[in-house]
Design a protein around this ligand. Sequence first.
Ligand code: C5P
Length: 205
Amino acid sequence: MIIAVDGPTASGKGTLARKLAAHYGLPYLDTGLLYRAVGRQVFLDGGDPEDGGDALAATAFPDSLLGDPHLRTEETGGFASRVSVHPSVRKALYERQRKFAEQPGGAVLDGRDIGTVIAPDADVKLFVTASVEARAERRWKEMRENGLEVSLGDIADDIRQRDERDANRKDAPLRVAEGASVIDTTAMTREQALAAAIEAVEAAR
Ligand code: C5P
């Protein structure tokens, strides 16, 4: 069984996808991490994320970079969002994601284009979303818990910018895949979101 989980930044799709993978005993791939590694590598190389050549060169990042805590920062998320608009970068990461999806027994992948491009044949497609305000507040709380002082308004602005870039790029824009179940977690607890996701999986498989 392949489960595709897509959605905008800070929607909680990562947490949800990880829990679903544990629930069904499936391997899990956070595809955003691959784009984050490319973004981080461009930065380390002193390159320009808007430059397709620089971004493509950075797809040759070493595997060890995937464990770098810097990948989780908002700054790297911004770089990731910039490098991910280049079709050459998306193409370079495609095979790796396909292989993961096709392993025997299935897998859970989360990202922006899993149900539309990477695994359009997935058995289950989920689109996890929430209002900008709810996502900003969750991200803000998470950052405060990690000792980071940031303004809620700045986070909301950053989320809007990333939504805009992810939804409007020409290649593989963020959109609800055909046949996907939309889970709007704005008014849900994490437990309720997981229950809704399991219900959608059970209904679809
Ligand atoms: O999900 P996460 O915030 O880690 O993703 C970082 C960035 O990588 C996103 O803003 C998006 O631009 C890009 N991305 C993508 N396709 C994916 C996963 C992430 O374009 N499948």
